[in-house]
Design a protein around this ligand. Structure first.
Ligand SMILES: [Fe+2]
Ligand SMILES: [Fe+2]
Length: 137
C-alpha cells in the first residue's frame, strides 16, 4: 500500500504533537513567579495550537486507511524555565523539518490538501520557535 510511509510519518508527527501539548500543559501548570507569567501564558496558548495539529493528524491517518497509535513521550520536563524554552525551541525546529518532509511525501502521494496543511503546520511551529526565542531574550 503506497500510503504506508505517509501514514507512519503522520503517526510519528501525531505522537510528537501529543507529547508536546502534554509537556506544555505541565510546564504552564508548574511555572511560578511574576517574571515568568508571559511564558506561562504562551505555553497555555500553544496547547490549543498543538491540540489542533494533533486532531488534524489523527483524522487524516484514519481517512488514509491507517490507525492512530498514541505512544507519547512522558519524560518529565526541566524545572528551570530557561531550560524549558531552550529545549522547546529545538523541538519546534525539529517539527518544522518533520512537517516539510511530510509535505514532500504528501505531494508525491498526490495529496495537495495534505501538502498545504503540512506546510501550514510547519509555519505554526516556526512561529512558536520564534516566540520562544524572543522570550528567552
Ligand atoms: Fe504542533
Ligand atoms: Fe509548536
Amino acid at each position: 500500500m503506497k500510503n504506508n510511509d505517509l501514514i507512519d510519518g503522520l503517526n510519528h508527527a501525531l505522537n510528537r504533537e501529543v507529547s508536546t501539548f502534554l509537556r506544555y500543559i505541565l510546564q504552564a501548570a508548574t511555572i511560578k513567579g511574576a517574571e515568568w507569567e508571559s511564558v506561562r501564558s504562551m505555553y497555555r496558548e500553544q496547547v490549543t495550537d498543538e491540540t489542533g495539529h494533533a486532531q488534524y493528524l489523527a483524522d487524516k491517518i484514519v481517512m488514509l486507511g491507517g490507525v492512530p497509535k498514541l505512544e507519547p513521550d512522558l519524560t518529565p520536563p526541566p524545572a528551570d524555565v530557561r531550560e524549558m524554552l531552550e529545549r522547546d525551541i529545538a523541538e519546534e525546529k525539529a517539527d518544522v523539518e518533520g512537517y516539510m518532509k511530510l509535505a514532500d511525501l504528501a505531494e508525491q502521494a498526490g495529496l495537495p490538501d495534505l501538502k498545504m496543511k503540512m506546510e501550514e503546520q510547519a509555519a505554526d511551529e516556526a512561529a512558536h520557535a520564534e516566540t520562544m526565542t524572543r522570550m528567552l531574550g
